[in-house]
Design a protein around this ligand. Structure first.
Ligand code: KE4
Length: 438
């Protein structure tokens, strides 16, 4: 929902970014290469960034911002981390696209397999979208079935079958969520409310024998942060097993984020297949899908299910991913992320309480979303009760005070190991001032 006009008084501006945005808008659809970056959800001009280091990004004028976007997840070590930077530079000096396998790809695959016990074999690709698209093709190939179940508010990349919205009723086939998505592609996907066990049972009762897979964000981040209930997680595993469908955990966002072994390890869950991205490339383009060996063996060339990629497993993104995961293995990393993220959540809560602003703060590890609403937020319908205009004013107040948030009320904030106590204190102070001015 576009922000109301009273935002005009609070939207901050930057001359350089205004000029850059005007230029970009003539060359790139919406002036950006990914829609969320265009500030449509909050109004105003996106800040064009020029460099980043640690917990900070810097716009074209050199103005620093504490970064709570983290490139939407990958930058869990902060920007330009010296170990990752060195790995990228050293690999660049040895070449970066061979069209041939390298041993480093097995190193990264081995780290993923070691971190996630349910992943016995993995295929590297170039993005989260490629990971989920390929993973669901594999699920369909392995089961010989076609229906996919996803959850409203869940985002798994922009593949046609996943740009499908709920039809008129719970068990009705999906309808296109975007122009250009063929009705037939959307119809193969059923959308169910997140955390709704009864709705999931209804879908399986109606379509069980035709369902190839359930794909879920094991902690939702794309409607804002919404954790799963234990009953919801148990029902997904029980119903897929009972009906011979596969359970796919889309951990593109949560993998190596909420825990080194992702949400599945944190919760003790056992999905059949897992999708990864973001952190496993350290901010360079890497995605992956993996899981049970008996399923992965179907992927070409070991099996008949085709999937390929010119730059899959490229040496520089793989080097960045390896350096990132190795650094994340340092003792105390996730305890530190937990502590600083909890401090930020408490600071946001206290600022809203002081100002008498209703807020629901959902947090899992270093993924946080403050929802300006009076209700609990457990699914997409409750997430949509937020006051988006109030969020937009808060967003611009924070931007003006040097804190860069995701420009949408329905995104997760991502903290990094570079967000130390002093940085968190600055974010809290900016939030107190911005919330008091709402
Ligand atoms: P990419 O194709 O953007 O690498 O990954 C798609 C994807 C798949 N699965 C999950 C759970 C995801 O969160 C994503 C991408 N996340 C968004 C953040 N809301 C990326 C930001 C953007 O689209 O610019």
């Amino acid at each position: 929902m576009p922000p109301s006009t009273d935002l005009a008084t609070v939207i901050s501006t930057s001359q350089s970014s205004d000029t850059a945005f005007a230029r970009a808008s003539a060359l790139l659809p919406g002036g950006v290469n990914s829609p969320v970056r265009a500030f449509k959800g909050v109004g105003g001009t996106p800040r064009f960034m020029s460099r980043a280091e640690g917990a900070h990004v810097f716009d074209m004028d050199g103005k620093p911002y504490i970064d709570c976007v983290g490139a939407y997840g990958p930058m869990v070590l902060g920007h330009a981390h010296p170990v990752v930077t060195r790995a990228i530079i050293e690999q660049a000096g040895r070449g970066w696209a061979f069209g041939a396998p390298t041993d480093a790809e097995s190193d990264l695959a081995e780290m993923i397999v070691s971190a996630l016990p349910t992943v016995e074999m993995v295929r590297l690709v170039n993005s989260g979208t490629e990971a989920t698209m390929s993973c669901l093709r594999l699920a369909r190939a392995f089961t010989g079935r076609e229906l996919i179940v996803k959850f409203s508010g869940g985002y798994h990349g922009h593949w046609d079958c996943l740009l499908s919205e709920a039809g008129s009723g719970i068990a009705t086939l999906g309808i296109p969520g975007s122009p250009g998505v063929p009705a037939a592609m959307a119809a193969g996907t059923l959308s169910v409310p997140y955390n709704d066990v009864a709705a999931l049972e209804t879908v399986f009762a109606a379509h069980g024998p035709q369902i190839a897979a359930v794909i879920v964000e094991p902690v939702s981040g794309n409607m804002g942060v919404v954790p799963p209930t234990p009953a919801f997680r148990a029902a997904m595993r029980a119903l897929t097993r009972q009906h011979g469908a596969l359970l796919v955990y889309d951990e593109v966002m949560t993998g190596f984020r909420v825990a080194y072994g992702g949400a599945q390890t944190m919760y003790g869950d056992e999905p059949d297949l897992t999708c990864l991205g973001k952190i496993i490339g350290g901010g360079l383009p890497v995605g992956a899908y993996g899981g049970r060996r008996d399923i992965l063996k179907m992927v070409a060339p070991s099996g008949p299910m085709y999937q390929a990629g010119t730059l899959s497993g490229s040496p520089i993104p793989v080097a960045a991913g390896l350096a990132t995961l190795r650094t994340l293995q340092e003792p105390g990393t996730y305890e530190r992320l937990e502590r600083t993220s909890a401090r930020l959540a408490a600071g946001l809560r206290s600022a809203c309480d002081k100002a008498g602003i209703p807020v629901t703060i959902n947090r899992v590890g270093s993924m946080i979303t403050p929802f300006f609403t009076t209700s609990a937020v457990t699914d997409y319908a409750s997430a949509k009760t937020v006051d988006a205009s109030r969020f937009a004013r808060f967003f611009h107040g924070m931007l003006e005070r040097g804190v860069y948030l995701p420009p949408s009320a329905y995104e997760a904030w991502f903290l990094s190991t570079a967000h130390d106590d002093a940085v968190i204190d600055t974010v809290i102070a900016a939030a107190e001032a911005s919330i008091a001015a709402l």
